[in-house]
Design a protein around this ligand. Structure first.
Ligand SMILES: Cc1cc2nc3c(=O)[nH]c(=O)nc-3n(C[C@H](O)[C@H](O)[C@H](O)COP(=O)(O)O)c2cc1C
Length: 185
């Protein structure tokens, strides 16, 4: 027998285990905003893309609509406090980079910078947006995936021994567990 899972009034417990990220976006005045996002799905194909849901009330959404670019910065398990701060405070109120002691490095292809403390960064350019009422679903082309030497395998890949994600599941945060299969499962 199966019972229905209560996903919460706003679907806040819908996430069944997705990586937590920081999304960076640059405003027209050059200022950078950062916010926590757990609603990103990669869409592999001839052109690699991702789909990202952003609440329309968020400052991030307004800035993406203006710049049509953003970076996804993958959080490590030690960055839980930063995920909380960037996930509950709006950039309209405060400079979250300064608040969280985050530093940035320039991206290769977009104006928005990458978060230096996040070892994996994905540069994105918007291709399409779907208006889903209270959220916008952004479909973006992945321009580059970049890895810091801390996680690099030195051969253009990621060293999965060091891969350390913060996972969001049913309103709680987890550390990624050990690898249980190699290659094609
Ligand atoms: C764990 C966690 C996950 C979140 N995931 C999302 C998300 O997927 N999409 C979204 O729009 N907001 C998400 N948020 C909420 C935003 O990060 C939050 O509203 C933030 O204050 C928005 O900042 P901004 O106004 O500077 O854009 C999440 C927050 C937390 C704590």
């Amino acid at each position: 027998m199966r019972t229905i899972v209560d996903t919460g009034a706003y679907g806040e417990y819908l996430h069944y285990g997705l990586p937590l990220t920081l999304v960076t976006v640059q405003g027209p005045d050059g200022r950078v905003n950062v916010s926590t996002n757990a609603s990103i799905a990669p869409l592999p194909g001839d052109e690699n893309r991702l789909a990202m849901g952003v609440l329309k009330v968020n400052y991030t959404n307004e800035l993406i609509a203006q710049s049509r670019e953003f970076a996804v910065n993958v959080l490590t398990s030690e960055m839980r406090a930063i995920a909380r701060q960037c996930g509950y405070i709006s950039g309209t109120e405060v400079d979250k980079l300064a608040l969280c002691g985050l530093t940035t490095i320039p991206a290769r292809y977009i104006g928005a910078p990458l978060i230096e403390q996040c070892p994996l960064n994905i540069e994105c350019r918007v291709e399409d947006v779907h208006d889903l009422g209270d959220i916008d679903l952004w479909i973006a082309k992945i321009l580059a995936v970049e890895v810091d030497e801390a996680w690099s395998n030195g051969r253009g890949g990621v060293n999965l021994q060091h891969y350390d994600l913060l996972i969001y599941a049913f309103g709680h945060t987890f550390k990624l567990g050990p690898m249980v299969g190699l290659g094609g499962l």
